[in-house]
Unconditional design. Structure first.
Length: 95
């Protein structure tokens, strides 16, 4: 498998309207609440469906988790924050 450099990954830009919708959806929720109550399988199916619709190359969903962790570390230089975030993601994925 060919190794990819970080520069080959694109950011997913969202519109200000989508950001506002997500923010309003999250406001008022218990911090421990599940933001989007769907299973990992449902999320993966939706991801791949929309990936194909957008004609984005095939990528495994877990790669995005690693990319998110790397970018979070680069932005904060806090391994503790990354560990807490990844641990939360792993536990949520198992539910």
């Amino acid at each position: 498998m060919k190794k990819r450099t970080p520069s080959q990954f694109d950011d997913l830009a969202i519109t200000p309207r989508l950001a506002e919708l997500l923010k309003s959806h999250a406001e008022g929720l218990d911090p421990e609440a599940v933001l989007f109550p769907i299973s990992a399988r449902q999320a993966a199916r939706a991801f791949h469906y929309y990936r194909r619709q957008a004609r984005v190359r095939r990528v495994k969903l877990y790669v995005l988790r690693h990319t998110a962790a790397t970018r979070l570390y680069r932005a904060t230089r806090s391994i503790e924050l990354v560990q807490a975030d990844i641990t939360t993601l792993a536990v949520d994925a198992m539910v």
